[in-house]
Design a protein around this ligand. Sequence first.
Ligand code: ATP
Length: 619
Amino acid sequence: MAEESAVKVCVRVRPLIPREDCAASENAEPVHYFWKADAKSIYQSDDGNSSKSFSFDRVFTAEETTNQLYQAIAKPLVVSSVQGYNGTIFAYGQTSSGKTFTMMGSDRFPGVLPMAVEDVFQTIKSCPKKEFLLRVSYMEIYNETVSDLLVDSWKRKPLEVRETINKTIYVADLTEELVTSHAQVLAWIWKGEENRHYGKTKMNERSSRSHTIFRMILENRERSDPASGENADGAIIVSHLNLVDLAGSERASQTGAEGTRFKEGCNINRSLFTLGQVIKRLTDEGQKGFTNYRDSKLTRILQNSLGGNAKTVIICTITPVTLEETLSTLQFASTAKKMKNDPRVTEVSDEGALLKRYRNEIEDRKRQLQEASVFSHTDYGQGEEISLPEAPSEGSAADRARGPHQKPDQTACHQLKPGSCTKGAQTQRNLGREDARTSRKSQCDSFTGNRKGDLSCLSELCESGKDFDAPWGIPDEPSDEMDMNQTSVTVPSFADGPKDFVSPARMHELSGRVSFLMMQLEMEAQQKKDALDKLQLADIGSQNEDQSNTQMKKEFAETIHLCESLSTEMDKVLLERDYLKNELGVFFEQIKILDKDKASLSQELEEKREVDEFMALED
Ligand SMILES: Nc1ncnc2c1ncn2[C@@H]1O[C@H](COP(=O)(O)OP(=O)(O)OP(=O)(O)O)[C@@H](O)[C@H]1O
């Protein structure tokens, strides 16, 4: 059952900071407060006339501390995440409004994050009948690229957001560190903080240039009772606690952003805009239907927390001395308040989250092996002589899927060591998927010359970050129904190509002819051999059979002549085929050039769109 209280929205007003104070004193004017707040609402103070007002679950005034905010609104969610509910807390607001101050805090004023970590361990202590397994991950989305904050910079690489068959969104290759104490978690957080992108702008000395998501993955189950000899084999409950510090919306004119900062600003604004759109879509009663989370990495990763299986707390931070930006944040907050989530405790089977993952992984491997096997045994276009790149063998696919140091048997050992297998599972699963993609891509490449539909599957594989479960059976012969125009790469279609251009159907026809001619040649050769045998017999035989010998010789001469003409014809066909193969090569070169052109045009378009969008968002 959906419960409305699953989404809580509060607003935090930050006190004036030195920059704002100084600006006022430089202008020799008193600071103008556009907004006033009480415990539940906030209203515009416009020369004594309140024109706009908003109500929320809670409004925290400038005098209230982060601890008060945490206790009132965040702690219940943290506790329920230990009980098995997914929970997300995120801070939203314009640049310099106090998101990082609220989420991370400082030594003197700890933020929501360290307080939540402490409470997780406190709550666990209060549940002696349960045993827990905890992992943490820390990622950032910088310029629409997801990266792992827990690995050293030289090892860092862009990560892909993927979806499992059960519609669970995950970040491939993201490190998950097993933790057993509060101090350990803090150490990982500080490591992540060192790697995170901060930058100086006119609005904020230390402005977050990326969105960060710190995640705790909690698995728990009833403890076994050694006294009674009972072995607890109940279900395992898995929950995620996401603590998100978003980058703030900003105006280039205010932040003075140029170059890198400007690009960062564009990306920040764009993803926040998408977040707003997704929330709007989720709350728009009249527009029930598809919500596109894929428009930004942020919404994709937080998909579960936006209208899904999670409890969500949104902390909107504002400053009372800006009008427009604060109004925009308050409008976002009041839309978000209408969002409905459907949180429920998620149980996994007795085999446990980690063990189950291994089982799935083994299934994955089997499937990949089968696929590889299908390819290596598929003899496309029998009798055809066109040489295609070989499909990867079963062995190589399996070896690479298994990883460089992993023997199959070792998987079983790892299952018993959650600490070491967590990362391994993730890495291995992703290795396997990468491998499947690579091998499928190469299959796809291999057959582009023969299958009209293949270019489309190639582009789909290259563009989509998820598993591709298309049936990969190779047709016995090219189907006329396959449509080259399905391809997402803009290339001239075969139908529209130059007159002497070879279509797959034509190639197939020629290959068929070659096979037929070869068969005929073989038959004729056999006949020739028979005739020779007969001739020899005839020579040895009686001279009285001269007449029939003459006849046989005549037939033999005819056969030889036929063989020769067939052979000439076959040579011609082979020549024609080679020529057409060359043409095909030229065509693929053209496709490559067109692809490059397309990529550079897309990039130009993207840059133009970024600038337009930024201007539009500013407007
Ligand atoms: N509640 C508060 N009390 C005192 N100082 C605050 C408060 N909130 C924010 N500040 C101060 O305001 C400044 C900006 O805060 P912060 O960096 O947290 O903003 P932000 O919203 O995270 O900005 P950005 O989006 O640019 O990263 C900092 O100097 C911070 O110490």
